[in-house]
Ligand binder design. Structure first.
Ligand SMILES: NC(=O)c1ccc[n+]([C@@H]2O[C@H](COP(=O)([O-])OP(=O)(O)OC[C@H]3O[C@@H](n4cnc5c(N)ncnc54)[C@H](O)[C@@H]3O)[C@@H](O)[C@H]2O)c1
Length: 353
């Protein structure tokens, strides 16, 4: 069978270290063409990764009009995902779209419609879904190992200073014209993981935000969001980019259940005979020998697994673990929280897509 031709839209850090490196591990596909507005940068990346024989397109239209490309990765700055993924779907390409899927609910709804109209594969790049320790934690919760969650927490508390500013690694994040909103950029990981584990939609949000820690970012750098889920679980999400020290939280997924607690990648339960709490599962320990296929990248490393899943979906062997509808519900909840932080009022989430 001929290889699936891949086009890369936006050829920066995550495109190179995540997507291109990931595709290179799967012989079912071939990276055919790249497009980035910074031609010198994308050529340098391609050279570094050993794919210098690709076509360097000078426009998105040129890349999308190629018949030898069946699928694309959208790796441009957050606010461009909606426009670039829409153009790709309408050009007949399957799409793996970096998180956050879009930065507005309207763009998310448009992508849902595009996918329904075209029948193409759309995978949202929620990378945590491809980590085996998180897959095991979610499976353990769904198998009832801590009972039913009454409270869920997930945090993204980061130090983004090396990425910020005109001389930072990713200057677009602090560009006055369309700065990255950390609730969308970072909080999409947290929201995605909670919704995945609970299997429930967010019903209502109430958020506070401030702008004290990271002056290079021209908008709020810290959010605290309270949530209610449709299944009755309540939750908390913190997204912040100005962290100067350790972040002693439970990480990306904390669930307090009727039979136990999932915290810090461990399941705790009360032993009534010993009258003490004990660790009954330690997911870090269970997966300590696990190595992602692509190693040594600067971020979460399960990129090859994500690319392989995308190719499986294109070949009809799997369904996207994060579909366009799930991606849209993540964006709907996060945009509602941004609105709440501005208005000071709770906001109902419109999950109808
Ligand atoms: N899943 C994750 O864990 C994860 C980690 C990091 C980044 N990301 C996401 O990946 C995306 C890219 O982030 P990055 O860290 O690779 O940033 P980056 O700056 O390294 O790459 C972005 C690229 O887009 C290009 N670009 C900017 N404006 C453009 C335009 N108008 N048209 C075409 N190209 C344009 C830039 O030249 C740059 O090469 C972002 O959406 C980010 O949120 C995801």
């Amino acid at each position: 069978m001929s290889q699936i031709g891949i086009g890369i839209i936006g050829g920066g850090g995550i495109a190179a270290e995540g997507h291109i490196s990931g595709y290179l591990t799967d012989p079912r596909c071939k990276v055919v063409a790249l497009w980035d507005m910074d031609d010198a940068k994308v050529r340098e990346q391609a050279q570094r990764l050993g794919v210098a024989d690709v076509v360097f397109c000078t426009s998105l239209e040129e890349l999308l009009s190629r018949d030898d490309i069946q699928a694309v990765s959208v790796c441009t700055p957050d606010h461009l995902h909606g426009e670039h993924a829409h153009a790709a779907l309408r050009a007949g390409k399957h799409v793996l779209c970096e998180k956050p899927m879009t930065t507005t609910r309207e763009d998310a709804a448009r992508l849902v419609q595009d996918v329904r109209d075209t029948g193409l594969v759309f995978l949202v790049g929620q990378i945590v879904h491809h980590q085996p320790d998180y897959q095991a934690m979610v499976a353990a919760y769904q198998a009832g190992e801590i009972g039913e969650a009454w409270l869920a927490e997930s945090d993204y508390i980061s130090d983004m200073r090396r990425y910020y500013g005109p001389d930072g690694q990713t200057p677009w994040r602090t560009d006055q014209r369309a700065p990255q909103d950390i609730l969308l950029g970072g909080g999409s990981h947290s929201m995605g993981v909670m919704m995945w584990a609970l299997g429930s939609k967010v019903k209502q949000v109430f958020a506070y935000a401030n702008h004290k820690a990271e002056p290079t970012l021209p908008i709020n750098d810290c959010y605290l969001v309270a949530l209610t889920f449709e299944n009755g679980t309540i939750g908390k999400l913190i997204a912040a980019s100005g962290n100067r020290g350790a972040a002693p939280t439970g990480g990306r997924l904390v669930l307090y259940g009727t039979k136990g607690t999932l915290w810090g990648s461990k399941i705790y339960r009360n032993n009534s005979e010993l009258k003490q709490t004990e660790v009954v599962r330690d997911f870090k320990e269970e997966f300590k020998e696990h190595k992602p296929i692509v190693q040594g990248t600067r971020q979460v490393q399960h990129w090859a697994e994500q690319c392989t899943h995308f190719l499986d979906c294109i070949e009809g062997k799997a369904r996207p673990v994060t579909s366009v509808e799930e991606g849209a519900r993540i964006i709907a909840a996060l945009c509602a929280a941004i609105e709440s932080a501005h208005t000071g009022k709770p906001v109902d989430v419109d999950n109808e897509f």
